[in-house]
Structures are given as C-alpha cells and as structure tokens.
Design a protein around this ligand. Structure first.
Ligand SMILES: Cc1ncc(COP(=O)(O)OP(=O)(O)O)c(N)n1
Ligand SMILES: Cc1nc(C(=O)O)sc1CCOP(=O)(O)O
Ligand SMILES: [Mg+2]
Length: 544
C-alpha cells in the first residue's frame, strides 16, 4: 500500500501571525480591519439578504471527489447553500466506479418535492441522472416548481471511463431536459456522445458541437476542452446562440482532477444563484476550478490514477475571502499588463480601450498605473475597467492608490517600497483583496510575506525608461529574490517580445510571469502585442 503523504499545505512554511509582525502596537490585529466603514455596512446589509440556494440533483460519490459531495463543497466555497437530491449511490474511489445503485424514481421525485415545496431554491443543477425515468420525474417536478435557472451537466461517463447514465437517457436528455436548461456543460466526450459519436478534435469542432447542442434547446452551451489532447491550455467554448467565446485557462499538471466537471457546473449554479450573468458565472467557475486544481496539485488521497481536489482550499489561508470573486491565483501573474497614461495618450487610446485590448490579447491580470491622471478621471476610468475585467474574469489592481482601489472595488493594489506599507494596506482592504509589493532584495521579499502580501514584483530585470532612476537587477538579482521569496514573483522592467522568453526560460523558483508596460502600451496595436507576448511566454514555459 502506498504511504499517505502530508498535504502540501501542511508542509508549507507557516506565515507568522499578524499579531507577531505588526509594526504598530496601537492596532489590534484580532479586530476585523474595517468595522466602521462602507464594507461593514455592506456586511450588515448582506446579513439581511436570503442565502443563494442551489439544489443539486445528482449521484453520491463514496470517495467524495465528485457527485453530490463535490457539488456541496463547491457551492459552500462560493457562498451558496446547497440542498441535495440523490439519484444514485455509487461505490467509487480514485481507481474507478465499483458499483452503482440507482434510487427508485418515485423516491427521487419525493426528495425533489420535499425540497422545492418548502425551500426557496434559486437554481437547480443536475449531475448523474441514471435512468430515463428519473429525468422524466425531474422535468415534471421543474414544471410544477419552476426555478430561476437550470444548469445541466450531462454526466454520462465518469472520469475513470465508467458508464453512469446509459444510452436510454440520451433521447430524453435531448427531448425534454435540454429545452428547459439555461446552460448545458458537456466535456468533449459527452458532447460527442450527445451528437451521435461525432469526432471532436479541434476548437472548430467544439464550436460546431456547441452550435448543434444549442439547437436542442438550451439557452447556453459550454463545451469543455480540458480533455483535448495536445493542448497546453484548457480551452472551453461558450455559445449563447449568437456569439462564440473561447475561455482560456492554464492547464494544471496534476492527477487530482476527479470531480472537475461536477464542480464547474455547481460553481456556475452558485454564481447564477448569487445573481451573476451566465458568462460571468462561467468565468468565475472556470477560475475557481483552475485555482482549486493549482492548490491541490500535490495532494495525495487514494492510490488510483485520479484523485480528488480541495474545494475549500481558501480556508487554508486567512487571506482568501470566502465567496469573493477573485481568490488570488498565482498563475494570474503570467502576463501582467500595467497601463501608462502617457503612452496611451500618445497612441490616442483611453484607459478603458487600452485595458479592453490587453484582455482581448490574453493579459491575465491588469494594473492601472496612472501616475499623472487626476483622481476623478482615474476613478471614473477605474470603475469602467473593473466592469470590463470582471466580465472577462481578469483581476484588476490599482497602483499606489488605496483610495481609488476601495472606491472602485478593484481586486487589489500594487505598492512599492515608498508607498503605504503592505500590512497597512491589508488593514484597509481586508483579507479578500490582492496585494502586490515591489521588492528588489530578499529582505524586502521576506517583509512583504510577513505583511500579508499575495505576490511580489521584482525588477528592473532590464533597463527601462518607463520608470525613472530604476535600478537594474539583471538575471542574477532576479534569481536571488526569486530563490528567497516565499511568495509568487512577477518580473518587471524592460521586458518585451525580444527578451520575455529568456526570462521565463530561466525557470526560476516562484517566478510566475512577466509584467510589462511599454511593450504593450507604447505600441500601435495593444491586442496584437499582447497576443504575441503571450504566445512567446507559452513557448518559453513549455521549454523550461
Ligand atoms: C508588478 C509591478 N511591479 C513593480 C511595480 C513598481 O511599483 P513601485 O515600486 O511602487 O513603483 P511605481 O509603479 O509606483 O512607480 C509595479 N508598479 N508593478
Ligand atoms: C513600473 C515599474 N516598476 C519597475 C520595478 O523595477 O519595480 S520597472 C517598471 C516599469 C516597467 O515598464 P516597462 O515594461 O516599459 O519597462
Ligand atoms: Mg508605487
């Protein structure tokens, strides 16, 4: 029997408590940081609101990586209540599915009735529906007790390849359930099965499949490409009947992928229950799965080929706010776009257009660094950029200006050594926001970690004219800081298409990406430059 190893989190160095590191004795670290503020008022208002409620109608997984168990954990992680109707009990572990025991149709109906006749359910999410009879019972119940949205995850085959729903259910899925659905979320194997075993090899095939499934009646379709061979990215295709959107995420190398489909659909349901639009719900869900996989990549549970992952990874760090839109994912540092007012003016672009273009080209995080923009104009632009970034699932940070970050509800701030200290920023922003700190030495990196930062920016890697009098650290300086850092690092300073590959190919510990200003914004077409830098970075990462 393989030995059980301690989790990565248990082995990770523990951050000293804030109490031990706060420089000012006058501030009590145990008091929640913003008692008298707008945030406090929002907290009070939130308490009076009903709890967003998802009902999952799915099978039980005894190994608790997928099924009902995954659905409940995913909803809990995103702040939604999750009631559960069990359609089948499976004997299942990390090796595969050893047995399936379907719950009698009328008892599935009784469970649904119990929940829907009493509780105010916002969204129903379906998983394993083992027989045509159970699908019929569900459709009948939904007609009797309508809900705001129906999310259908057409679970047919488990990740281990075991059949969970026979061919007899295909017809009723297509004829009765799909026309009632707000979204259907097949992976490529399921999409292929639903369409009569068509071959799906490319993104273009996924688009065609999404269009065909949309014709069966659901309002939206998400074809998930996580299983597509030969892809360094996890690309899903979203279709709303008019427009196709390719949602790109990083492919996390881990065996712990059991339950990703159930989790994604449950997250979509939770976000819809909280009032999100469909595209936004899908983007948050995809980000959540990516973050959970990243945080769980080294966990060891079970001896089989497919392990479960940790839905509640955010509980391990007090700096993650429950239910916040952006739990910090270090992979977001991959292509970090930093705006510059002079450059954008020179090329006749507004801040908003610059940000839109960078996101279109594949920027994974955006910082508004608007040194000479007046506060009022800055805030107005920041609010517009928050909307743009949120609808694309890209975090937006504000450089230096905590006041602007608070006023526009940005995802965080970036501060340097002469700006407000990070621990003080944390006090003001609370635990759920992202804080980055510029560091040029190991001692500064250590302090940033103690102060509760999420990442550090390290530079100048190369000489730059964008920031006056900025010392150049070179590769050796970057290596020294990366090796010492307990936080993820983004490299900055003079980085462009000609040298970005060489930075990533260093393969430095903790180095997650590059931050760039002029290489994106002092150019005619921001989208083109961002796209080409992204592909350079992807190539470099696949080499190192
Ligand atoms: C990602 C990132 N890294 C470093 C900086 C520089 O911050 P700072 O040292 O405070 O200098 P200014 O940007 O404020 O001039 C950054 N902005 N972003
Ligand atoms: C904002 C900033 N901070 C730096 C640091 O070393 O901390 S270098 C820098 C400017 C980066 O601009 P460009 O990509 O145009 O060289
Ligand atoms: Mg600064």
């Amino acid at each position: 029997m393989a030995s059980v190893q301690p989790s990565a989190a248990a082995l990770a160095p523990q951050r000293p408590s804030t109490a031990a590191t706060l420089p000012s004795p006058s501030i009590s670290p145990r008091v929640f940081p913003f008692p008298r503020t707008r945030a406090r008022r929002l907290e009070v208002a939130a308490r009076a609101m009903p709890w967003p409620h998802v009902l999952t109608v799915a099978g039980s997984d005894s190994g608790a990586g997928a099924g009902i168990q995954a659905d409940i954990k995913a909803c809990a992680a995103l702040g939604a209540y999750c009631s559960s109707v069990i359609t089948a009990v499976t004997a299942q572990n990390t090796v595969g599915v050893q047995g399936v025991h379907a719950v009698p149709e009328d008892f599935v109906g009784e469970q649904i009735r119990s929940v829907l006749s009493d509780m105010s359910v916002d969204v129903v999410k379906t998983g394993m529906l083992p027989s045509a009879g159970i699908v019929k019972v569900l459709c009948g119940s939904l007609r009797k007790f309508p809900v705001k949205a129906l999310v259908v995850d057409p679970v047919m085959v488990s990740t281990s390849g075991d059949t969970l729903s026979g061919p007899s259910t295909l017809t009723i899925y297509r004829d009765e359930l799909f026309p009632m659905a707000d979204i259907v979320t097949p992976n490529v194997k399921e999409a292929s099965k639903l369409l009569g075993d068509v071959s799906l090899q490319t993104i273009s095939d996924m688009r065609d499949a999404a269009e065909c499934i949309h014709k069966l009646g659901p309002k939206h379709v998400l074809v998930k490409g996580g299983d597509m061979p030969n892809s360094s990215e996890a690309i899903d295709v979203f279709f709303d009947g008019k427009e196709f959107i390719e949602l790109r995420g990083l492919r996390i190398k881990t065996r712990n992928t059991h339950g990703t489909g159930c989790t994604l659909a449950s997250c979509v349901a939770a976000e819809l229950a909280k009032g999100a639009t469909m595209l936004h719900a899908v983007q948050v869900a995809k980000k959540f799965v990516e973050s959970a996989l990243y945080h769980s990549k080294d966990l060891v549970i079970g001896n089989g080929p497919q392990g479960p992952f940790d839905h509640l990874f955010s509980l391990k760090s007090p700096l993650y706010k429950m239910g916040s839109l952006h739990k910090f994912n270090p992979n977001d540092l991959f292509l970090y776009a930093v705006t510059d007012p002079g450059m954008n003016k020179k090329w006749g672009r507004s801040i908003k257009d610059a940000v839109k273009a960078a996101i279109e080209g594949g920027a994974t995080i955006v910082q508004l660094r608007e040194k000479d923009t007046g506060t009022r104009e800055f805030l107005e632009a920041a609010k517009a950029c928050v909307d743009i970034c949120r609808s694309s699932g890209v975090p937006l940070l504000i450089n230096d200006r905590i006041d602007v970050a608070l006023a526009c509800n940005a995802d965080g701030v970036h501060v340097g050594q002469t700006d407000m200290p990070a621990w003080e920023v944390r006090e003001l922003l609370g635990p759920g926001k992202i804080i980055g700190v510029s560091c040029k030495t190991p001692a500064q990196a250590e302090q940033a970690w103690k102060d509760g930062a999420d990442y550090i920016g390290c530079g100048g890697v190369f000489p730059t004219t964008t920031k006056a009098n900025n010392p150049t650290l070179g590769f050796e300086g970057l290596r020294t800081v990366c090796s010492a850092s307990k936080l993820p690092v983004v490299a900055i300073g003079g980085i462009n298409a000609g040298n970005a590959g060489s930075v990533m190919e260093l393969g430095l510990p903790n180095l997650k990406g590059v931050a760039v200003v002029s290489a994106l914004f002092d150019r005619e077409c921001v989208t083109t430059e961002t796209r080409s830098l992204r592909s350079i970075l992807m190539n470099a990462c696949s080499k190192s």
